[in-house]
Write a protein that binds this ligand. Structure first.
Ligand code: SF4
Length: 562
């Protein structure tokens, strides 16, 4: 029957083909093979193990975006001959600078703080790196299923028993089309959630199992908007790293910029904005465009051309926001588990390490045939004893230190460096970022309309739709919108008055538009086909009524070198 739900029994299912899942799958395949050799030597039968990775993009890497500077610690452990195996490195980091920007000028910080020193690291494109790692996973016998977004967790009592993927062939009214295919059930003994930031399955999991995040700080996030430019030869060396603070962000807004030289005359540039800003009129994409007009950026980009665009959120909560990492039948890895060092602005190596630690716990569970919560908790224990935990613990109060703004944040950062991550007190609490957004009346003292953005010169600064064209984003329009506003009346009755419909601004892909009947708001139009899957709306909506759900597989950005 064409419309019957397919059921696939696998041993271990990794959700999301990012570095955490792929490193975990590669390590697990090797551990199983080694254990089977031991068993055969001892006269026992070897164990066939089916390892699968599901991915919502058309191919691994197509939804992957990061700066990125890679600390090769985990890569060297997983693939010691990564250079010989042609790992796509853009350049080894040589010069490494930090600037404080004013509107027109720049002050070079005379010493780069240790966490921002990058000697020994490599500039990479996360998309290209992920694709390469996926190739290694396939060589190890791991099956990768692109275009399969995880829509729901399957449960067997209180144990996670796999994932149901999204249906295909539903029209925008929710009716079955001739090509309708219900989502497949991947039934697994262990399910590894490596969905990236604000994973939609992890969100459901935490709602069902609040004890997993109980006692932790609430997660806080940032959004990174990124462009890749082709610039005239010799303008920036591959591996050159520059970070910026200050302009164009206000002192009460967390964030900063990056400029990384890539191979082939390319340069990766981007601006991170903390998704805990107070100004309801702030538009992270517009700030990014403003940043590019600074003389430092113009000097690099002049005569160049825009090659790629994208945006993605990242977890900034650090160690105190790490949830319990395991439960019966499931484990959390990478950004899904808050494993990003906000001081170093790095998480790829921690993601890979978490995947590998999860793999070790799963390997034991496979041969003991025990996937209980108690058995998989060995992953939590292994993480607590790992270099990844030590590194995160050393930056445990970093983002919280910026609660009082840039200057107190920098002071706190200095104190934390001197005290092994503690700072002035232990432990610094955090608030969810959306709660820090102030109403227009609070922030500006009186009701007012959002200002028009500064002009986009189409040379250095582009509007969202122009940028979006370079992301390759597409979703077939005849499907239900994957962005669900649970209480749409709030948009017209309260949000437009209290916050001025901030979704129009915090979305970097021009998805949300308030429609008007004269002076009266009519409702929000959702151009979901523009969505680059950054999750910012799910995170930053002040009323928390937007749900990012999984669209039909294969939709979204088509990043190639991001
Ligand atoms: Fe990001 Fe939401 Fe906009 Fe999609 S709709 S691009 S997830 S903010």
């Amino acid at each position: 029957m064409a419309n019957e739900r397919e059921v696939l029994d696998v041993d271990v299912l990794f959700v999301g083909a990012g570095p955490a899942s792929l490193a975990g799958a590669v390590h697990l395949a090797r551990l199983v093979r080694a254990k089977n050799v031991e068993r055969e030597k001892a006269g026992a039968a070897s164990k066939e193990v089916f390892l699968a990775v599901i991915e919502k993009a058309k191919e691994p890497g197509a939804h992957a975006l990061s700066g990125a500077v890679l600390d090769p610690r985990a890569l060297a452990a997983l693939v010691p001959d990564f250079v010989e195996r042609k790992c796509p490195l853009e350049g080894s980091v040589g010069e490494d600078d930090l600037y404080f920007l004013t509107a027109r000028g720049k002050i070079r910080v005379p010493f780069t703080p240790a966490p921002l020193r990058n000697h020994g690291n490599h500039v990479i494109s996360l998309g290209a790196f992920t694709k390469w790692l996926a190739g290694i996973a396939e060589e190890e016998g791991v099956e990768i299923f692109p275009t399969f977004p995880g829509a729901d967790l399957l449960w067997d009592g209180d144990r996670v028993a796999g994932v149901r993927t999204a249906d295909k062939g539903i029209d925008k009214e929710g009716r079955e089309k001739p090509n309708y295919q219900p989502g497949a059930d991947f039934r697994a003994k262990a399910t590894v959630l490596g969905e990236g930031t604000r994973g939609s399955l992890a969100k459901k999991l935490f709602a069902k199992r609040p004890d997993l995040v109980e006692g932790r700080n609430p997660q806080v996030y940032g959004i990174g908007a990124k462009e890749v430019w082709k610039v005239p030869e010799g303008r920036i060396a591959p591996g050159r790293v520059i970070h910026t603070l200050g302009h164009p962000l206000a002192k009460d807004t967390y964030g900063g910029g990056w400029i990384y030289g890539m191979a082939g005359g390319l340069v990766s540039i981007g601006l991170v904005v903390g998704l805990d800003y107070p100004d309801p009129f702030l538009d992270p994409h517009e700030r990014f465009q403003e940043w590019k007009k600074h003389p430092l950026l113009r000097g690099i980009l002049e005569g160049g051309s825009l090659e790629g665009y994208g945006a993605k959120s990242m977890p900034l909560g650090g160690y105190y926001a790490v949830p319990k990492l395991s439960l019966g039948g499931a484990l959390l890895v990478g950004d899904t588990a808050s494993l990003l060092n906000p001081f170093r602005l790095k998480g790829i190596h921690l993601a890979m390490e978490s995947g590998m630690l999860a793999a070790e716990a799963i390997a034991e569970a496979l041969f003991a045939d025990d996937f209980s919560e108690a058995r998989l908790a060995r992953y939590d224990a292994a993480f607590e004893a790992s270099p990844a935990r030590r590194e995160l613990y050393g930056a445990r109060n970093f983002h919280q230190g910026f609660d009082g703004g840039l200057w107190s944040g920098l002071l706190h950062a200095g104190l934390q460096l001197a005290t092994g991550g503690r700072g002035i007190r232990e432990r610094m609490r955090a608030r969810p970022g959306h709660e820090r957004m102030r109403t227009i009346a609070d922030h500006y003292g009186a009701p007012r309309k959002a200002p028009e953005p500064p002009p986009f010169d189409n040379e250095y600064a582009f509007d969202k739709l122009t940028d979006l064209f370079k992301s390759g984003t597409e979703h077939p329009e005849d499907q239900p919108a994957h962005l669900v506003i649970r209480e749409p009346d709030l948009c017209v009755n309260r949000c437009v008055r209290e916050y001025g419909a901030p979704c129009e601004r915090f979305c970097p892909a021009s998805v949300y538009h308030m429609e008007w009947d004269g002076e009266k708001p009519k409702g929000i139009r959702i151009d979901f086909s523009n969505c680059v899957h950054c999750k910012t709306c799910d995170i930053m909506d002040p009323y928390q009524v937007i749900d990012w759900t999984t669209p039909e597989g294969g939709g979204g950005p088509q990043y190639s070198r991001m």
